[in-house]
Design a protein around this ligand. Sequence first.
Ligand code: URA
Length: 434
Amino acid sequence: MNIAEIIAWKRDGGELSAAQIAWVVDKFARGEIADAQMSALAMAIFFQDMTIEETIQLTSSMLHSGKPLVWPESDRPKLDKHSTGGIGDKISLPLAPVWAALGIDVPMISGRGLGPTGGTLDKLESIPGFQVNLSREAMVNVVREVGCVIVSASSDFAPADKRLYALRDVTGTVASIPLITASILSKKLSEGLDALVMDIKWGSGAFMKQRSKALELANRIVAVARQLGTPTRAILTDMNQPIGRMIGNACEVDESLDILEGHGPSDTRELTMVLATHGLLSVGFESQWATAWRQVETVLANGAAREKFAAMVRAQHGDLNQFQRSFQRVPFVATVDGWIQRFDCEKFGYAIIEMGGGRKQATDLLDYRCGIELLVEVGNKVERGQPLLHLLDHPQPSARVLEILQQAIMITQEPPVLSTGEAPWMLVEQNEFA
Ligand code: URA
């Protein structure tokens, strides 16, 4: 086969055969296809899209570029959740220990911050000593001992994705539905799961700004994962408001601990419970929504999930006793009277990056402590001089940080028209995946 011909065929709208895709991924993973050629192919896929069959083959080839985990059949069920990333999205932190407390194993491979959205691994590293780089054996041992682990993808897991993602990141080819599908699923399916729950975000605080695009991605991911043998369901989440009140690294761990201790913001608690309940239904742990929901409520109320989180932190060499749960607060106030019309949520993420809590370059070291505590919601009436948010552990914000925060919160003289009674998340109906 000839890579130049394959690129040209895709560029002109041709459908790639399973053999062509398998050949390209194999050669690329071995370093036998040049980065320029793989980038050109990614761009051709970006413009021409892929069929479901092509996406399945791409995902499968990328998955098998590494060594997926295989668990004995007698083991406890293996379950995971993946979110496409949103501002304030800390749900993996309470969710993994909830499932572990109920007897389900969660071998979670997670990521770092991507653009303005924070990463679960960065949040966990704000706990002194916490190790996200575990060997495959150590990862399996933590799952066996504790029931949940949250780690970065080692080179055993979908190495083709690691190389391709790095190219996509610098060639404007990230936002392609087949490439995102193959990238996410090649890593997640490497965990050897019995079921997967996807949280697909849309809105100003997400990667996908339009709900219709998020729905398209949800459909593609669920169809491909199911074809590859992993029962998967997706919910779509509105990210036009951040999740919870805390945005940053340490402060999001703090808010997750609040949830695990039976309090915390109601949206964060509810989203954790919705995803946890879907997970219990997907692995057949429960068959009724109401009973599954009560099981989740119980482990959040009786401290069992909190204990699992502490056990996971210990097993990953972290020390929760050294984790500071108090933050120095500096108010950021409204400069006019009015109503909170809307948030440009992404801007909160850019403010965190500017404060040092996210990366401008892949090699940047993070200030884990800085963060934002949001004090208002869309629809609130505010007065000039009223605090809209607190800057956490960041006493001297730069003019640029303040400018970004001004842009993040739109205050108008008229109240916003709010949609009534709609849940900010919904299950994408199963028949949409056909
Ligand atoms: N997250 C991933 O892991 N891959 C993508 O392509 C996009 C988001």
